[in-house]
Design a protein around this ligand. Sequence first.
Ligand SMILES: [Zn+2]
Length: 230
Amino acid sequence: MSKHKERHYSDRVGWLRAAVLGANDGIVSTASLVVGVAAASSTRSEVLIAGIAGLVAGAMSMAAGEYVSVSSQADTEKADLARERHELETDSEFEHQELATIYVNRGLDPSLARQVADQLMAHDALAAHARDELGLTETHSARPIQAALASASTFAVGAAVPLLLMLVSPATYTIALVVGGTLLSLALLGGLAAQVGGANVVMGAGRVTLWGALAMIATAVVGAIFGTVV
Ligand SMILES: [Zn+2]
């Protein structure tokens, strides 16, 4: 075992990023909705209904969007692999040459590149082309249903935060408590994500909190305007 220790964060950043983004979306959009409807001086039950509708609508839309995007990515990968498999069967010499050229472009000299290409293709030709020509790795293999469920549930968890804040706050302080609690949870979430991802915690927390604040200001202004006009 070598003593060389290097911490790589990229692996776990992928799923974490998706989870944090989902929760973030849920918190920001539902808090903004609640603040906007409350600013239009609606009753407590109207605000609550709007918030719950926002949670369900957002979770469904996240699920649908994620399902469609991951499925079409999976379709594209499958089609690419099928084409590659066909080419390997019909024009093996061209495929050897193609792979060798890729390694030359990465810095190997031509004879070594050809040797590497030949050995990798003897081992698993499709895998070698998938990885080095198409850029596909095993971890890429997309799972649409899982992605959809993960998105929807992280959104719902995030959306529950402002709704719970609203439920526990006395009527006169609803907006203040939802805004304060939302900003705090966004800061915690952003900081946590940055920490786990090995990035700057203050920057991570600040970025996400700023956008949350902007979203709530926007809906509060709109709510206040339409609340007096309509
Ligand atoms: Zn190829």
